[in-house]
Design a protein around this ligand. Sequence first.
Ligand code: ATP
Ligand code: MG
Length: 468
Amino acid sequence: MSGKISAHLGVRNVSISAGTQVLVRDISLHIPAGGVLTLLGESGSGKSLLAQAIMGNLPAPLSCSGVIEIGGRQYDAADLRSRRALWGRTLSLLPQEPWLALDPTMRVVRQIGEVHELVLGRGETEASAAATAALARLDMADASAKYPFQISGGMAQRVAFLATHAAQAPILIIDEPTKGLDSDRRGDVLAMLKAAIADGVTLLTITHDVWLARQLGGEVAVMLDGAIVERGTATALLDAPQHAYTRCLLAAEPAAWAIETGHTPAHETPVVSIQGVGKRFGAQRLFDSVSAEIRRGELIAVTGPSGSGKTTFGNLVLGLLKTDNGSVHRAKGLARTAFQKIYQDPAAAFAPGVSLRRSMQDLIDLHQLAWEDLTLLLERLRLPPALLERLPGQVSGGELQRFAIARVLMMRPALIFADEPTSRLDPITQQETLLLLREHARRYQCAVLLVTHDHDIAAKLAQRQISL
Ligand SMILES: Nc1ncnc2c1ncn2[C@@H]1O[C@H](COP(=O)(O)OP(=O)(O)OP(=O)(O)O)[C@@H](O)[C@H]1O
Ligand SMILES: [Mg+2]
């Protein structure tokens, strides 16, 4: 970053509305040049919208007012286009869904190399070498020739990060950079953010990861219901929270849970028996010989580092992929729909042009389910029914993730493979949602295979673990 101008970022009296509904209320923030601010807060409270308002890429039906200050200049927040010229060189955003930042038709190394070429004006060879080195630093040399659909969600996240950061803009806004990552990979992301800070970047991070907020230092602000309820230095705020909401938020961290795992249900015929299963993709061996019996009513954690094959394992269990060796037996007499998957990427579970109500209605009609079940689930997941009228892209990341969960629970499956199902939720909503999943497993005698990178969640919630 040396030789680059640093820039401060200010937000003054910014409000965001959808028609008459106010989504974000009168927010003011100031991050000095080279400063660090982390936004924590409730899912759906307006964090991502605030980031989009700063960038000037709010979706069309939303309007905003107030002032955005960048470097020495002031911009009318309502004039979204006024910030476009700053994209890449001055202002960069890594959006919440990494796939939105990646080009599906371009190999990983090229995605990063292109930024070095276009924004930094490097030659092709030099750009490609820089991209390769950046990938190697994050342990992703193997991924360099792959396309986005061939890499795991956690890897896509890191690739998107590298591509965003490569432009070296003095102001970096980053939305949920560590979601779904295990502790090693979170450490890598932290190291990169710290390197950016050391280079003088002005950093606005949005996260549900309290650990990350603490490690980044600087200032923390907490959002609830479209407003900031508390702010302070990271240490003061996280060690001695003042606002009741912040206290509840910190108390809901999995490490602080006091939950009984309970006993494994009395044994009956397994819903799935897995014997000596192995899988490889080309030369890459994911796992060799995994065996497990999965019974209805159990919640089993599936753990392992990013890229170890957790999603692939689930696809083998569900019968979506073939094993290379070993066998998977699913109980006889169950419908295909008795085996369900909660996708790691919630957007993948919904057709983008279809309203949430329509998606749900179609499923209800197709399988003769009851609306009342959905209504109850939405209530338990704290999703206002009014959100049903929106398209999947018009609700927050965490709201969509909960809709995806409701959709699967409504089917009353015999087995759910839940792939990091709470990665986009704040700690309070995460705890509520995971307890609902476990309650559902017991009440409806459903087996839940829960992929989680969080050791506390695995230890406190699951009866057993399968480690890859
Ligand atoms: N295009 C839209 N039209 C109407 N409302 C929207 C639109 N996009 C988002 N919202 C609503 O605005 C609120 C704030 O959304 P936002 O995405 O900023 O939340 P968030 O704090 O980032 O949540 P999460 O932590 O779940 O990502 C949500 O209730 C969401 O449903
Ligand atoms: Mg968000």
